[in-house]
Design a protein around this ligand. Structure first.
Ligand code: C2E
Ligand code: CA
Ligand code: CA
Ligand code: CA
Length: 279
């Protein structure tokens, strides 16, 4: 009836208002979050499944607001994207990560690759390759130590531009991986044209690998597809030894997930890497 729909509408609009109030609050607070020291880059270790060596870490942004507490990147990254602030925040994460590589190398921790998540907004910024190059030079870090994670969506809007951007980044010597692989909408043909190094099997497929035959089939297909194209694979969200054993048996190259470690802060990561140093 009319009455119900009006109530329904009012409820909806109240919800929207509540949400947008929080969003405005977060967007405002985010502008100062870096300068106020509220943001930090955490790292989650990645292991080679065959050698069981730690080969890299993924940089994951954390934000602790003094009143609101920890805010999930799943909530604030989209807001940073819609406000354009992701360019500033993303550059900061990139610099933190590269500086961290330099510090680890100075501490004798060699051959650790750091992967940094790249928003599609950053990816469309023509200044990105120059920025990456400048940061690497400033900290005297080799480009092979840096990996950039992109989602399949980057190719959607402007495939031509995406190919050019990937070429420019690959030219620098940094490695590119496709995050959340299998969840996007892009066709597989772009894998042929893009200078991709690695596919990241999305955690939604890994989660039920031991019980769900379809997820199992998808994971096997991704690993085999990657191998036949000469690409590496890493599985994310690995939480159980069963998942690890299955991934190893299928020839997946690397794993990342709570089974190995949660994302940890810089000091904890240094300790983790020292403890897991080969030899
Ligand atoms: P993502 O890139 O897919 O990162 C993986 C997410 O899975 C992380 O969530 C990580 O903490 C979580 N995770 C890792 N291992 C496990 C596991 O074993 N089980 C489960 N259930 N979860 C696991 P987080 O840190 O909350 O980040 C969420 C998303 O926010 C990321 O998804 C990424 O898309 C985005 N994000 C985080 N940091 C940055 C950043 O610096 N820049 C950009 N553009 N996006 C970022
Ligand atoms: Ca990622
Ligand atoms: Ca992912
Ligand atoms: Ca994900």
């Amino acid at each position: 009836t009319k009455k119900e729909s009006r109530n329904g509408y009012r409820f909806f609009s109240n919800q929207m208002q509540l949400q947008s109030t929080r969003h405005l609050q977060l967007m405002n607070a985010m502008r100062q979050a870096i300068t106020l020291g509220q943001m930090a880059v955490y790292y989650q270790p990645q292991m080679d499944l065959t050698t069981q060596k730690i080969v890299g870490v993924e940089a994951l942004l954390r934000w602790k607001h003094p009143q609101l507490g920890y805010i999930s990147p799943a909530e604030f990254i989209p807001l940073a994207e819609s406000s354009g602030l992701i360019i500033t925040i993303g550059s900061w994460v990139l610099e933190q990560a590269v500086q961290q590589i330099q510090q680890w190398q100075a501490a004798g921790i060699q051959d650790i690759r750091v992967s940094v998540n790249l928003s599609s907004i950053q990816f469309r910024d023509p200044g990105l390759p120059a920025l990456v190059q400048e940061i690497l030079q400033r900290y005297a870090v080799l480009p092979q130590s840096l990996e950039l994670e992109l989602t399949e969506g980057v190719a959607l809007e402007n495939p031509q531009g995406a190919v050019a951007m990937m070429d420019a980044l690959a030219q620098l010597g940094v490695r590119l991986s496709i995050d959340d692989f299998g969840t996007g909408y892009s066709s597989l043909s772009y894998l042929k044209r893009f200078k991709v190094y690695k596919l990241k099997v999305d955690q939604s497929f890994v989660r039920d690998i031991s019980t769900d035959d379809e997820d199992k089939a998808i994971v096997i297909a991704i690993i085999h597809l990657a191998r036949s194209l000469g690409l590496k694979t890493i599985a994310e969200g690995v939480e159980t030894p069963e998942q690890q054993a299955f991934l190893l048996s299928q020839g997946c190259d690397e794993m990342q997930g709570y089974l190995l470690s949660r994302p940890i802060n810089s000091e904890q990561t240094t300790a983790f890497l020292l403890a897991h140093r080969p030899g």
